[in-house]
Design a protein around this ligand. Structure first.
Ligand SMILES: Nc1nc2c(ncn2[C@@H]2O[C@H](COP(=O)(O)OP(=O)(O)O)[C@@H](O)[C@H]2O)c(=O)[nH]1
Ligand SMILES: [Mg+2]
Length: 314
């Protein structure tokens, strides 16, 4: 059995190593947490993609807490930063959507090409199935030939039903038909996969807006969630992606994929701070169970390599 959050901790390994080794180096020059050490910590945080604004804020907070005169051990600095980062992440948190009683929960998934939308839908489908819900996957990515087939494979793996359309066909029509089917079959969850050409291409955004609107025509409260999938390796461009998609679609949450294999997992903190959009899940590999619900405390502590606090029962 997998331990809760151990996958997250594994996924953060590279980012954690970069940050903790950097802090050790900064403090190991003999001056403790002096001005030079603070400068170097700022650089380390920026390199881990927490963003310039966040890095400046954190270093100011460190200076205020420890006085900038050399005080502050490595453990104290790590613990302090973990608590600060957790607060930043918590400030962006929001309740997940519940959907409407007696109707399917409709989740639309967007993002640029290759970030992991289809894979994430497969993983989410499995989570819902494991919790006993009936799921339908909608292949509203009609742009790429392989997209529909790829999603139908994930449907098989996660014991979900599948609704697809014609290659090059109307994505919104697929979404509408899928929601119609979900209502007719009393499915509990509908996950809608979408295309991901460049977000700067206006017609993609128009297509996505139409998908969203058409879902609302079939079920007024739908979609209940609009998730943007972001590749953790994207760097600061992820902020731009999030802004563009949020402006067009009104995002309810983010999924950060490929956290395994990146040393730049700090992008989550930058997005939470600058956009106030909550992270819902993180992807930590290519397999069906390589996903974790996002936990601000576990993430912040995993990032700084401080022991996790045992989670309260909620
Ligand atoms: N290492 C890793 N690979 C991932 C993760 N999520 C997706 N991928 C891979 O990223 C590639 C693109 O994924 P796909 O779901 O097709 O992206 P889409 O174009 O957004 O639908 C595939 O090779 C996936 O296996 C993740 O969390 N970790
Ligand atoms: Mg896809």
């Amino acid at each position: 059995m997998r331990k809760p959050f151990s996958r997250l901790r594994d996924g953060l390994a590279k980012t954690r190593r970069a940050i903790t080794e950097g802090i050790r180096g900064a403090l190991g020059r003999g001056g403790g947490l002096d001005g030079a050490a603070l400068d170097s910590i700022e650089e380390i945080l920026i390199a881990a993609d927490l963003g310039v604004e966040t890095a400046l804020h954190l270093v100011d907070a460190l200076r205020n807490r420890f006085g900038g005169n050399g005080a502050g051990s490595e453990e104290e600095v790590r613990e302090f930063l973990a608590v600060e980062i957790e607060q930043t992440l918590r400030a962006a948190e929001r309740e997940g959507a519940q959907g409407e009683p007696g109707a399917p929960l409709v989740v639309m998934v967007a993002g640029v090409n290759g970030v992991g939308k289809t894979t994430t839908i497969g993983k989410l489908s499995r989570i819902h199935a494991d919790e006993g819900r009936s799921v339908i996957l909608a292949a509203a990515d009609t742009f790429r030939a392989a997209a529909s087939e790829q999603l139908s494979i994930w449907a098989d793996r996660s014991a979900a039903q599948f609704v697809g359309g014609q290659l090059g066909g109307d994505a919104a029509a697929v979404a509408y038909d899928a929601l119609d089917a979900a209502i007719a079959r009393s499915a509990q969850v509908l996950l809608v996969d979408t295309a991901g050409r460049l977000h700067t291409q206006k017609n993609l955004m128009q297509e996505l807006v139409k998908v969203k609107r058409v879902l609302g025509k079939r079920l007024a409260s739908a979609p209940h969630e609009v998730l943007l999938v972001i590749d953790a390796n994207t760097g600061q461009n992820a902020l731009l992606q999030a802004r563009v998609f949020d402006d067009a679609l009104g995002l309810t949450g983010l999924v950060l994929t490929k956290l395994d294999g990146t040393a730049r997992g700090g992008i989550v903190v930058a997005i939470a701070r600058e956009l106030s959009i909550p992270v819902r899940f993180v992807g930590v590999g290519e397999a069906i169970d390589d996903i974790e619900p996002f936990d601000a405390s576990a993430f912040a502590r995993g990032l700084l390599g401080v022991p996790a606090v045992s989670s309260e029962t909620t």
